[in-house]
Design a binder for this molecule. Structure first.
Ligand SMILES: [Zn+2]
Length: 183
């Protein structure tokens, strides 16, 4: 196996900015993550940090075939986690959040597991809260915040908004629910 270091870096000035509403998954998929390696990889590669395998043109959890020579790299999800450079965030606020925090977090984790099984690079990198009554979920990709937000709205009600900044390749989803009990 050959060992190479991934040197791809985010584009300069990629700080999150406000963008137009833009939430279709297919549309988002056509955009390029600045953390994605620029050259299209032909062979098999394995992330030395999380073990995800790149083969047949996509990342998967299956093991690389033993007979095939694989290259050790760091995947873009591990790279973002290392740099603490999320691609998306979901900000939850309102009185309801404190009253239902555990349920909301476990719902978010459940959605993450389902997403990650199919898309190894889509992960939660942090769940935290800056102030009482808020919860912040940061992700390595631009799809999870919307997926988690949709699931929370479906189960608990509330209002969901999505803002996507195409230039900065950053999605911010906000969810708000002010009543302490379900509507
Ligand atoms: Zn990885």
């Amino acid at each position: 196996m050959t060992r190479t270091t991934v040197v791809s870096r985010p584009l300069a000035g990629a700080a999150p900015r406000k963008g137009p509403r833009h939430s279709g998954r297919a549309q988002l998929d056509s955009l390029d993550d600045p953390y994605k390696q620029s050259k299209k990889r032909r062979g098999v590669a394995v992330c030395e940090q999380c073990g995800a395998t790149y083969q047949d043109g996509r990342w998967q959890w299956s093991k690389a075939p033993a007979e095939q020579e694989a290259e050790w790299i760091v995947c873009q999800a591990c790279h973002r986690i290392h740099d603490y450079y999320p691609a998306g965030e979901l900000i939850l606020s309102g009185a309801y959040v404190d009253a239902h925090r555990n349920e909301i977090v476990s719902l978010a984790r459940h959605q993450e597991s389902a997403e990650r099984a199919e898309h190894p690079l889509n992960r939660i990198m942090e769940i935290g809260s800056a102030t009482p009554g808020t919860l912040m979920i940061r992700t390595t990709d631009i799809h999870l915040p919307k997926r988690i937000g949709d699931a929370i709205r479906h189960a608990h009600g509330g209002t969901l908004r999505t803002h996507f900044d195409k230039q900065g390749y950053f999605v911010r989803v906000t969810w708000r629910h002010d009543a302490e009990e379900s509507e």
